[in-house]
Design a protein. Structure first.
Length: 618
């Protein structure tokens, strides 16, 4: 699921989700990876003896189609949950116009504009099997598969002008690229309960994950004016193998709940990429096709211990997590190696004061680690664009974020959460750009940033009348960024945030539901740039038939804006770059879901399992 979460959520039947939790101060049992915290999706587990199944289909006017299905089966001590989904997308053409103005040693204006088409398909599924040996012994297993293909084509025109606006160079590019992602994993868990002590258990877990990614693209230049470079092609094959071993123990006492455990994540990543050069107007390959090979071994060993002390009006959660990370990177082609070992001691402490009428006040502090993903580390230089080349940086260090948060919560009738938090890091990873004398801007990542983020969060839900509910959530913060890149100091600051308000109305008598949503997003702030703000809106309708077994849904997203213009500007002492991208934005969505079957008991699931939460940051 980590490779395509949006696709999975889009086709997952709503009746399989019990609730979604956002944990901003995750306890020490969770991996220290990530900035904001943990998103925990809780699916239904109280089901009946027999089976239950569903089939669904969806379509929208941006040529996106999908099929999905689910199956839950309970027979004696064996339970099976399964889900599959597939989708196809043939997105309408998008247009773009990028410009780059040199302001120091390069006094030229480069303009690139054209159109792009994209199509993709994905197939994925998962199954969970549970075998309850007896009331104290439980075995569960999981298997997940996914396959995703993407094809992209574009035609673009490039021109380079001098300070007198005279064209010095121009050409037309036909670009085509395709990529494929395959992944599979399986896991096994054993849970041991203890007699005469409810909630005490020991869990041992193992998980294996394997993924492969291939990318191939080519660019052919025509209509050349003062342009003699060869045509180019690129091929990249990368992948990862991961093994995770985990042990968890929970011991509840009268006023105290104690947890402890250990975890090892063993990762083996590789990348082989080839550049090809062709004689203009022919297919003669004149390049050296020796692969540029990169291997990256990353092992993480974690140990944690947490304590939850509960009284009538007070609660205290405290814990520590020790993570030891080893890195062994080998750039085989250039005979360069990186070996590094570092440790992180991650404390977490949360105080909660409970008041009357289901009100409480929470004060918490935690640290979070943001390790660079393989995309940020991979030195493969993507040269598919005429103006901008991108590459990773294998020397990146993990980022340690400190987070303080004060939260007020009320759950008397509706729910209200108000929070103030302050987050800072001294070596944040920033994408930086440098202009070369060839008028090409090279983007990479560096640990150069120092960021401070002071913010306010709001989550609100209230039943205005029977069947009528309003929900609102949002965040506003002030961000400070500063750092030094290529000997040049840069800084940026400003407000950022997002809001979302929804109104939903449910007529139980007619099994009819409607909802209206509005959302806004402020500009993104980067060390060297800033994007534009955006907003979105949607209206959805849902009607159920045949004892709620058949569900028909229709919605419109962004009805007031057929196209959306995305804009980002990067500014340095050497150049100013503007990125403009126009996409089809208005969308009509239709879906149908049919469920059938009847069940009479419950599948038992293990209370602990492996969740490598850092996948959310790849």
């Amino acid at each position: 699921m980590a490779n395509n979460p949006s696709d999975v959520f889009r086709t997952m039947p709503a009746n399989t989700i019990q609730s979604i939790e956002v944990i901003t101060n995750p306890p020490s049992k969770y991996d220290a990876e990530g900035i904001a915290g943990i998103i925990n999706v809780i699916t239904n587990k109280k089901i009946d003896q027999g089976y239950n199944a569903s089939l669904g289909a969806n379509y929208n006017t941006l040529n996106q189609r999908g099929l999905s299905g689910s199956l839950t089966l309970k027979a004696g001590k064996i339970g099976i949950n399964g889900f599959f989904g597939s989708n196809w997308q043939d997105n309408p053409a998008s247009t773009f116009k990028n410009s780059q103005l040199g302001t120091s040693f390069v006094n030229t204006l480069a303009i690139e504009q054209g159109r792009m088409t994209n199509s993709r398909n994905a197939l994925y599924g998962n199954a969970e099997i549970s075998y309850e040996i007896d009331s104290l012994n439980l075995i569960t297993g999981t298997i997940d598969l996914n396959n995703r293909n993407n094809i992209q084509k574009s035609d673009q025109f490039f021109s380079l002008m001098n300070s007198q606006s005279i064209i010095e160079q121009s050409y037309h590019i036909d670009y085509s690229g395709k990529d494929n992602t395959k992944g599979n994993d399986f896991g096994l868990n054993y849970q041991l309960g203890f007699p005469n002590r409810k909630g005490r258990f020991l869990t041992a877990s193992y998980k294996y994950n394997e993924s492969d990614y291939t990318e191939e693209n080519g660019r052919i230049a025509t209509e050349r004016f003062n342009y003699s470079d060869n045509d180019r092609g690129q091929f990249n094959k990368s992948g990862a193998k991961e093994q995770t071993i985990q042990l968890d123990y929970v011991h509840p006492l009268k006023y105290l709940n104690i947890e402890g455990g250990a975890k090892a994540i063993l990762r083996d990543n590789y990348s082989d990429f080839i550049y090809r050069s062709f004689v203009p107007g022919s297919s003669d390959d004149i390049s050296n096709n020796t692969p540029n090979s990169f291997k990256y071994l990353n092992n993480i060993y974690g140990f944690y211990n947490t304590y939850h002390l509960k009284f009538k009006k007070w609660g205290i959660k405290a814990g520590v997590r020790l993570e030891v990370t080893t890195i062994n990177a080998d750039f085989i082609t250039v005979s360069s190696k990186v070996n590094r070992t570092y440790s992180n001691f991650i404390p977490t402490i949360v105080f909660q004061r409970n008041f009357e009428n289901q009100n409480n006040l929470t004060l918490g502090y935690t640290q979070r680690i943001q390790r660079p993903g393989i995309t940020q580390l991979n030195p493969f230089e993507n040269k598919s664009n005429s103006l901008y080349w991108e590459a990773g940086n294998p020397n990146l260090l993990p980022v340690l974020n400190h987070n303080f948060e004060l939260t007020y919560s009320s759950f008397k009738k509706g729910s209200l959460n108000l929070a103030v938090n302050y987050l800072f890091a001294n070596n944040s990873v920033q994408q930086v750009a440098a202009l070369g004398k060839d008028s090409i801007t090279r983007y990479t990542y560096q640990n150069i940033g120092k960021n401070d983020d002071l913010g306010f969060n709001l989550n609100f839900s209230y039943p205005i009348a029977k069947g009528f509910t309003v929900n609102a959530n949002g965040r506003i913060s002030y961000l400070w960024l500063n750092g030094t890149s290529n000997g040049q100091f840069a800084s940026n600051k400003g407000f950022k945030g997002n809001t979302n308000v929804s109104f939903s109305y449910f007529l139980d008598k007619y099994n009819f539901r409607t909802s209206l949503d509005f959302g806004t997003n402020s500009p993104e702030i980067y060390l060297q740039g800033k994007s534009r703000s955006s907003y979105n809106s949607s209206l959805s309708l849902n009607k159920q038939f045949f004892n709620k077994n058949l569900s028909l849904s229709a919605s419109v997203s962004n009805p007031f804006e057929k196209f959306r213009n995305w804009y980002t500007r990067f500014t340095t002492p050497d150049f100013t770059s503007d990125y403009n991208f126009r996409t089809n934005f208005r969308r009509f969505n239709f879906s149908v879901n049919y469920k059938f079957g009847g069940l009479k008991s419950a599948i038992k699931k293990n209370k602990r399992g492996i969740k490598n939460d850092d996948y959310l940051n790849e």
